[in-house]
Structure formats: structure tokens, C-alpha cells
Design a protein. Structure first.
Length: 478
């Protein structure tokens, strides 16, 4: 199979969330199964710096509307995955976040920037391409590539099949009607059966409407988004396309996330040397200025600080949590009110709570290894990766029963399979009850070792997911 994987970010160079991790790992897992996968991604500064000598291999032109003629450069990732770098400096040579300007607001030309990415993906998936490689399937991801299936439907000659993967339904890529002309889409696309969504042009709806098939990143999320409560306005369309919708649980990069050889850790450990995890806990406490206490459970968060992630619920019960007694460490950034709230709480409770605003990959690894309990009280969670990292690192998670969290974390009440703590209602009261249960279990070494053993035994590699994607590609290509 020849697969074009179109994405707006890719780890380790450009990453704002789970999509970057998926794009950095799934293509390599598919290549390990023998498939010819190439990744199309904008040539952001980090990628141009990583591959300064990447040669230009094509110049897609006559793309329609106001879309410019970009360059297409070729590079090879360290794992051997071929990269196609979409090079148009005016759009992509910008500092910081791929989507936001310095003031924290969306770039005003995001519709053109990611319209270009989508259009070139469709160009590559059709006879118009000047390359001697044409994919069987164009695999698009989230709203930033959502127009690619629409371009394949409206503008492409002999189009490839397309798969559109939803990583988060909350981000829908909404723009005004004038964008239709600017993006080179026909008037016929402006309809409820096209790209129009309540008076806006929606990149995400375009993908859901026109893709040959749709996938999302966990089976539970695939069911949840078909309900009016969780469908964010798209539930009717998703129910209409239910036969074309599949939930495939994400994996993780088990080479990078491996406590037996993680380069970021003070001490390596594994299921047979779980006692060495305590060394990482002490080092983490020292690093963040917490009291070095082996007799207190350490709760941890690595997350965007948003209401979606339920971090307001945790803040509401943070004082009660450290009174269990326990400690808390938080790494993340997001809503100003939550950043301020967590910072203020840490300042009022030195030695018991430490907060670092921002993101640091190595520090995230040290938190997973050093913490006792990981907290993910998400209101909704398409898949989630941190609970998978936590299970692998012997750090039982506390999660809400939603999306991928419900698919991967089994409550400790199940003695044969339990690997964490699950609660139902998205309330501070329900969360605190789960935190209490976790702290009590932590104080029982037999229960705790059993939970750690079950979590660390779980296979969270990309191999199984890659097999499901490969089977889906084959069905699409006939």
C-alpha cells in the first residue's frame, strides 16, 4: 500500500498535542508492516533547521483561488520515514505555535495556510501530481487537512481514496463564506452536503462529509461523538456516516517512553526493578522544591490547563488532596485563569505543591517516572496518551470514564485486571473520591504492586493500531 499521511504537526519537531505524537510514530509503525508511507507536513522553521539540505522535488501549481505555488522538499526522518516538506515561507516560516500568533490568537490567514496543505495533499493524491509516486490512500488528520477530501471530490482527476482521522472534534476550522473563493472551492461546495456549517466554512465538516472513511482515536470516542451531548454539532452527520466510522485506539512510542532506558531519568527501572522508581521520586521532589518525603503519595499532572482536561475540578479539591496528606506536581499551560490558580495554590503551599507553566519533554518524562499517581479528570478525551505513559511507567492513573481513558484504564476494584482508578460524573466530588481511593491503595504495598504490574504489562505499542489502519487502507483501496 502507498499511503500519504497529511498532518499539520509531527514530533519531535513540531508538537502541540497528541496529533504530533501520532504523526511521529504511526507512519513508522506502518512502514514496519511493509507499507510505503510518506508524510506531508508544512516546512516550519524547526523542520527547515533539521533538514537544511532537503532538495526541492516539485512545485504544485494552478491550485485555484488565492492559493500560491509552494515548493515541495524531500527529507528522511531518523527512523527512515520519508517526509514531504511543504515549503512556502510566507505561510509557515513563523515563530512559535503553528496555529497562533505572538498574542495568542489564531493567525488571520489560517484558512489559506492549511487550505494550501489540504490542496497539496489532494494534488499528490491525483493525476495532477508531477511525482512518479501516487498514493492509494490520502490519510488526513484533524481540521487542518480536512479540506483534502473535499478537494479530492471537487477538483481532483482520478482521486485516491481518503481517510479522515478525528483527533479532537472540538477544533473545527471555521471560517467565513468568502473563504470559499479564496480556497478555490466551487460554489456547489457551499451546501449542507458540502463544506457549509451554520453559515461558516468548516474544514472539519469537509473532511467528515467527503472522506471515503472516517476514523477516530478510540472506540469509546467513536460512540460518544455520535450523541448530541458529545457531538459538538456534528452528531447528525456522524450518525449518518456511522458505517464509515471506526475507532482505533492510539499507541505510544515505546522506544521513547521506556523506563528501562529512558535517557531523561535519574535511575532506570522496570517491572522487575520497580523499587528503583523511588529514586526517581526523590530526585523529582528535589528538582521541583517539594519536601523529599517517601511517606507521602505524589499526584501528578502533565496537561494543557483547560476545562476540557478537568484541571479546574482538580484545583477545586487540591487543598483537600494535600491534606490527605499528599503532594502535587503540575506541568502545563493553557487558560490564564487556570495557570494563575495553580500558581497561586503552589505559592500558598510550598513543599507540598509545585507548578511549572510551560512544557518540557524531559521534565514530563521525569514526572511520569517520579510520581506515584497520575491525574486525568478530563471532561472528554478522544484517546489520551499520558495515561498510557503512566501505565507503562508504573504510575497508576486516576481518570474519568470517557473516551480513550475508559478504553485503557481499568478500575482497581477489578483485582484481576485493575490498573488505575476510574470515576464517572465530571464533578470535583467524584474526582476527590477517586483521589482518596488512590491514596488509600498507595498505602497498601500489595495492592499497589498489583496495580503497577497490571499497568506495566499492557502493550501500548503502535503495532496493533498500525495493523487496524493497514486493514482499513486495504478495504478503501479495494
Amino acid at each position: 500500500m502507498k499511503i500519504l499521511f497529511a498532518t499539520s504537526e509531527i514530533a519531535p519537531w513540531v508538537k502541540t498535542g497528541g496529533l504530533g505524537d501520532v504523526a511521529g510514530a504511526l507512519p513508522a509503525a506502518l512502514r514496519a508492516l511493509g507499507h510505503d508511507v510518506r508524510v506531508l507536513v508544512p516546512a516550519y522553521p524547526a523542520l527547515l533547521q533539521a533538514f537544511p539540505d532537503a532538495p526541492e522535488i516539485a512545485r504544485p501549481h494552478w491550485l485555484g483561488g488565492l492559493l500560491p505555488t509552494p515548493g515541495l522538499r524531500q527529507a528522511v526522518a531518523p527512523d527512515g520515514t520519508p517526509l514531504l516538506l511543504l515549503d512556502y515561507r510566507h505561510y509557515f516560516d513563523r515563530p512559535g505555535n503553528p496555529y497562533l500568533g505572538p498574542e495568542g490568537r489564531d493567525w488571520l490567514d489560517n484558512h489559506l495556510r492549511f487550505g494550501l496543505l489540504s490542496r497539496v495533499a489532494a494534488w499528490l493524491g491525483s493525476e495532477a501530481s508531477s511525482l512518479d509516486w501516487v498514493p492509494d490512500v490520502v490519510h488526513c488528520n484533524d481540521w487542518q487537512t480536512g479540506l483534502a477530501p473535499a478537494y479530492l471530490a471537487y477538483r481532483a482527476e482520478r482521486p485516491a481514496k481518503s481517510l479522515f482521522t478525528l483527533h479532537n472534534l472540538a477544533f473545527q476550522g471555521l471560517f467565513d463564506h468568502a473563504s470559499l473563493f479564496e480556497l478555490g472551492l466551487p460554489d456547489a461546495a457551499w451546501s449542507m452536503h458540502g463544506v457549509e456549517f451554520y453559515g461558516h466554512l468548516s474544514f472539519l465538516k469537509a473532511g467528515l462529509q467527503h472522506a471515503s472513511a472516517i476514523s477516530t482515536v478510540s472506540p469509546s470516542y467513536a460512540r460518544e461523538i455520535q450523541t448530541d451531548a458529545e457531538g459538538m454539532g456534528m452528531a447528525g452527520l456522524l450518525r449518518h456516516r456511522a458505517d464509515d466510522l471506526t475507532g482505533i485506539l492510539n499507541g505510544i512510542d515505546t522506544r521513547d517512553w521506556d523506563p528501562t532506558r529512558d535517557r531523561h531519568l535519574a535511575k532506570h527501572y522496570g517491572p522487575r526493578r520497580i523499587e528503583d522508581k523511588a529514586i526517581n521520586k526523590a530526585k523529582l521532589q528535589e528538582e521541583v522544591g517539594l519536601e523529599v518525603r517517601a511517606d507521602l503519595p505524589l499526584f501528578a499532572v502533565v496537561s494543557r490547563l483547560t476545562e476540557q482536561k478537568g484541571l479546574d475540578l482538580f484545583l477545586d479539591v487540591a487543598a483537600k488532596t494535600i491534606d490527605l496528606p499528599a503532594q502535587i506536581v503540575v506541568l502545563g499551560s493553557g487558560a490564564h485563569a487556570l495557570e494563575h490558580g495553580w500558581n497561586s495554590f503552589a505559592q500558598r503551599h510550598p513543599g507540598r505543591c509545585a507548578v511549572r507553566i510551560g512544557f518540557d519533554e524531559g521534565f514530563a518524562h521525569r514526572i511520569e517516572a517520579g510520581a506515584d499517581i497520575f491525574v486525568m479528570p478530563s471532561r472528554f478525551e478522544p484517546c489520551g496518551l499520558n495515561q498510557l505513559y503512566s501505565l507503562r511507567y508504573g504510575t497508576p492513573p486516576v481518570v474519568r470514564a470517557t473516551g480513550g481513558l475508559a478504553d485503557t484504564v481499568i478500575d482497581a476494584a477489578d483485582e484481576k485486571h485493575g490498573n488505575g482508578f476510574v470515576f464517572g460524573p465530571a464533578t470535583a466530588t467524584a474526582l476527590y473520591a477517586a483521589l482518596q481511593r488512590a491514596a488509600a491503595a498507595w498505602r497498601d504495598p500489595d495492592i499497589w504492586r498489583r496495580l503497577q504490574k497490571h499497568g506495566m504489562a499492557r502493550d501500548s505499542s503502535w503495532a496493533e493500531a498500525a495493523g487496524h489502519y493497514a486493514a482499513l487502507y486495504k478495504r478503501l483501496a479495494g
